[in-house]
Ligand binder design. Sequence first.
Ligand code: ADP
Ligand code: MG
Length: 818
Amino acid sequence: MTNNEEYINLIKDWIRPLQKALTLESENRFTNLLGKKQYFNDYLNKSLSNLNNLKLTNEFIKLFGEFSSKYSEYNDLDIKQRKRLVIDTRKGLLKLGKSINLNYSNKYTDSYYSKNIDSNLSLNSDIGLIKSIGKINKNKLNELGIYCIKDIINYFPRTYLDYTNRVKIINLKPDNLYTCIATVKKFYIYKSSNNSNLSIMNIVIFDETSSIKVTKFFLGKRFRSYSFFSSQKSLYIPGTKLAISGKVKLSEYGKNFVDPQIEILNTNEESFNFSGKIMPLYSLSESFSNLSFIRLIKRVIIYSKQYPDILNQKQLNFLSLVSKSDSLINIHLPVNQNALIESKKRLVFDELFLLQMKFLLRKRKNNKKLTIQKSIKKNFLLKDFLNKVPFQLTKSQEKVLDEIKSDLSDLTPMSRLLQGDVGSGKTIIAIATLLIELEKDQQGALMVPTEVLATQHYKNLIQFLNPLLVSVELLTGNTPQKKRKEILTNLKNGMVDILVGTHALFEDKVVFNSLGMVVIDEQHRFGVTQRNRLLNKGDNTNLLSMTATPIPRTLALSLYGDLDISQITELPPGRVPITTKIISEEELNKLFKRVENEIDKGKQAYVILPLIEDSEKMNLSSAKKIYQYLSEEIFLKNKVGLLHGKLNSEEKNNVINSFVNNEVNILVSTTVIEVGIDVPNASIMIIYNSERFGLSQLHQLRGRVGRGSQKSFCYLVTSENNGLENKRLRVLEKSNDGFYIAEKDLELRGPGQLLGYKQSGLPDFVLDNLPNNKVLIEKAREEAQRVLKEDPDLRENILLKDLLIDNSNNKFIHDFLN
Ligand code: ADP
Ligand code: MG
């Protein structure tokens, strides 16, 4: 490869995931999606400012720098501003792509446009080389992150329209799923008079046999605007041809489609003749139609045949899987439902199989690294500490501690995941674990996701450990320069025993003398790469990962195959379960009286909001506004505090300290308090706009109360009067069990959204197909074990080996395979 090509690929690799993220975000109506590792805006903010090796011109550096800083304030933008920013970013990226392509070789591409060289194309060919694709389409595809033929083939449909059950209107029967092709006769949309949040759209459609009403509901204030109404109206002009797919219901007014999938068909639709077939639907930008994309797919699908298959025929037979090329063809153009199911199964298998291979390789590498047993030098530390703890460990805590002790007395480094519900007492275990390694003169790191939590842990640690002459330091992004320097020096020469901190610990400047133990709290907030970066700061470093978001059992194996799992299954004695209630905004005033009573008795309360500041269009309550309201109009006798992510660390600490010391009675906060804050005297929590949060997140939030022995209450305020929403929230009314709640969350929202999966490294496509695929996970694991046993260095499995190297920024696997 020439340097120039390498450079172009570098840029493309940078642009591609950004384009994907932008597409997803706009598809999801600019809601600041939570990706696998981070929020959309954080991802863009970081990527757009990290241009170091791209060698861009000043013009682009400036442009992307500006975008980057705008993304840091994305949460405060309204939808329209967000949309503008996303579009502008896309344009900027496109411009960059164009600028390098021009330098690259205009002639080269142009000459290929004119020649018919399709037979010379391969999976890696630039899409510009596809015959008659045209420059405009090329640009549009680039915007979607598609550069070569392989990218097209890997651009899977988001869903399908099944014309195999295509029926004429007259033959529709209630309670069945159908697809109908029909024409718009009448359209109307109106605001519901019963529910101030609901808009209802009705379309009457007809075909040569009859007509039927289609009803669709739109929930949320944003769907009540004039502009939304007129945009819908312009979509469904009488005469427009539609494909309606969904359930037919029988009401007192006759049969109708209720909330079906509606697709607007191009007049060319019939020419594609999908009747009797399944039509793929792709997520595309507005400028590229589904049919154009299908046309493109049809043109390049043949190259799937060249797609390398990591499984040979014998394996395929044994595992009852279809070939890679068949799976790719059928994921786009399935001949029937069964073929589609089989191809999904194969594609999901591949991801799981690769993941399991990685786990096994990593595990094997760890197991290979035997060292001399470190000798114990200060064997009193753990004992002294446990003597100082003012309570008895629960049976569960004892058991987990035994598991950890046994890991740490072994020659193989520990890799353990500790799952324990909110309030189950993981912190004590973390401290004990750090001390066991400290007894061997090893340093420890305690890594947490937020500064607030880091500070709290730090205080906890010094209180217990300073009397034992253990030196503990705190390092965050806000540690003053001078202090920071001092800490880093002492860390390097071994004077610091335990370092508590946030992401600041990852930085290269942080060098340990001998790092023996890494504990990661709230590990679902970190990625695997981050975790490894910290582990690589020592040799044979032990790892304890802790989480309060339990992973449903079906998924634990696939996501954490490289970790051993411990569970704290009981709460400390004397805990009274939190009473949770869903309430409407109208009931708040009554509730505030109750809160006042509780405060009179010396108790404290949290009030949680989804936003920091008011945002015009979002129609959500904000922390600042509610703070003002509560402090100036409601709780005049009491002290109200305000906590959110935009305060500087001194301000944050001040508020939290006053709350800890009960000088502040009511703490109004955003979800920054979600993780770990421990104030046992707080007994009431009120969560505004609770429908905005995931169940597991709400469970985490409410875990801030009920930490003492008094009765505690959590109120979920919701304005959306909607059956489904309430069904979701009601899970929390009913249960205090984090495992059960995580299972329900998974059921109701799908795994992609559930906290704790972010670092899985699995594509959403796989996650969405996982819940029913327990057997497949086990198969993938067994096959990975078999392959490694028969071919430990992967000499016979060259393709697999390449993929493992390719797919992974992960040093472990490189180390192992080279
Ligand atoms: P989490 O698992 O959510 O991190 P913490 O470690 O913060 O929970 O513990 C929650 C509270 O329970 C703390 O106040 C802690 O001191 C207390 N605690 C922990 N273990 C016990 C125990 N065995 N008995 C009584 N209280 C305990
Ligand atoms: Mg904790």
